[in-house]
Design a protein around this ligand. Structure first.
Ligand SMILES: [Zn+2]
Length: 455
């Protein structure tokens, strides 16, 4: 039935019916009654929101899609929707449109989103002084179960922990590239690499894998949740490697002796400097009443990780993100790269617009480059730390551009306009987050790996 046919049947012109059809005019009740009679349906059918058939549902969906911005942006011709359009063409067009929308949704974890997720997470960490008692309690339960008392947590004890939780460990030489470990929840197996990658403490890698299980993590629904889970499993691993009670006892003794030093924590519990520094931020405010900041900075000056609850002002972008920003050249985290003595920690006082801070730092080499790891405290707290007697003092005016972001005038006069550097992209910080529940992980590779090994 054409609009003309229907117009004759209900006593109006086709153009008026077209306005009704396209939702530009509301029909009168009397018109609705005449339409129902002419089409041999009830008024309920006319007003109902459910499409009367699969075909009608597809036609409505295709019409909606062709009017939307996504279809417009594709620059494709619009398909005229009529009874002559074969059903399989309708199904195909609507299906393609739906799949395209789904894929775009999956990729929404843009760098912008990732940065926002980081900012939110840091706000929560600051609010809680980076101390999470519920994770401490879970770590303690696990340690009690395997009879831990004091001192470093050995690889042997961690294997006991895995066994206690019902997991067997399998070292393989074909672990999927995009992973550090793979857990087979069906057969309760944890796969780890055989190769000795120096970047990651094998104990941490295993404890993080167990952390997902103990903390009852579900498949993350978005990048923010992925990030929260990763922070929680990192925390869990650190809480096992540096158990709360002995670590706090150790720190309290060091504080009483005014000898707190991150490298001593590292040596006492046999962990990396980064793990020791990070763990210090968990316990310092809660147990020692010391506010602090932590920074992991690449040799290029770019900040990879940062935390503070002591009022230090980190550089940040318009979203409040710190990761990916350049650290001030005069800060300990940058100056330490130029220090020749790598055996001892480097200590420095820095006057900043938000106060004077004392910081201690070391550099560590990893596959991805050289990094500095630093812990800092406000001037009033330095009395508890070894290395407070340093006479090195720097002044930082950042974020004032004149501090260190602009080249000195004489250099600028000579070279401005005569330099064309080709930038090295910090792809991991700036690239769009790879799609998928576990960003960057190739699911096919993981599933085929599990299939091959579980047989
Ligand atoms: Zn600066």
């Amino acid at each position: 039935m054409t609009l003309d046919d229907l117009g004759i049947a209900v006593g109006t012109v086709a153009s008026q019916l077209s306005l009704v059809e396209n939702g530009k005019r509301e029909p009168k009740l009397s018109m609705l009654q005449r339409l129902a009679v002419a089409l041999d349906v009830t008024i309920d059918d006319l007003l109902g929101s459910e499409p009367p058939s699969r075909r009608a549902a597809l036609e409505i969906e295709l019409e909606r899609a062709q009017r939307g911005p996504l279809y417009e942006a594709l620059g494709l011709p619009k398909v005229r929707i009529s009874s002559r359009l074969p059903m399989e063409v309708l199904e195909s067009l609507v299906g393609l449109q739906g799949e395209l929308e789904r894929r775009l949704d999956e990729q929404v974890a843009t760098p912008e989103e990732a940065r926002r997720a980081n900012v939110e997470l840091r706000a929560v960490m600051r609010e809680r002084n980076n101390y999470f008692p519920e994770i401490e309690a879970q770590a303690q339960t696990v340690l009690d179960a395997v009879g831990y008392t004091t001192g470093p947590v050995s690889q042997h004890l961690i294997a006991d922990i895995a066994a206690h939780l019902g997991f067997s460990l399998h070292h393989v030489n074909d672990l999927p590239h995009s992973t550090r470990s793979v857990t087979d929840l069906k057969n309760r197996r944890i796969y780890l690499t055989q190769s000795q990658r120096t970047d990651h403490d094998p104990r941490s890698v295993l404890l993080q894998a167990l952390g997902h299980y103990v903390l009852e993590h579900r498949t993350p629904e978005n990048y923010g949740e992925f990030l929260r889970q990763r922070v929680a499993t990192n925390y869990f691993a650190a809480a096992l490697l540096l158990p709360e009670r002995p670590t706090v006892e150790y720190l309290e003794r060091a504080k009483a002796a005014k000898e707190i030093a991150v490298e001593d924590i590292r040596d006492t519990f046999a962990v990396s400097y980064e793990t020791a520094a990070h763990r210090f931020t968990n316990l310092a405010t809660e147990h020692l009443g010391i506010r602090t900041h932590f920074q992991k900075t690449h040799k290029s000056g770019i900040i990879y990780k940062a935390y503070e609850n002591d009022g230090v002002t980190f550089p940040q972008d318009h979203t409040g993100a710190i990761e990916g920003q350049p650290s001030c050249r005069r800060w300990t985290s940058r100056v330490v790269f130029d220090v020749q003595d790598k055996f001892r920690a480097y200590n420095q006082y820095t006057d900043t617009p938000s106060g004077t801070f004392w910081c201690t730092a070391r550099t560590e080499r990893a596959a991805s480059g050289e990094f500095s790891l630093s812990i800092g405290v406000p001037y009033a707290q330095v009395k508890w730390f070894r290395g407070r007697d340093t006479d090195i003092r720097e002044k930082s005016f950042c974020p004032d551009e004149s501090c260190c972001r602009q080249p000195p005038p004489d250099l600028a006069r000579e070279w401005a306009g005569h330099a064309w550097p080709s930038a090295r992209a910090h792809s991991h910080l700036l690239a769009a987050m790879p799609p998928g529940a576990f960003p960057g992980v190739d699911e096919t590779e993981v599933y085929s790996f599990l299939a091959a090994h579980s047989g």
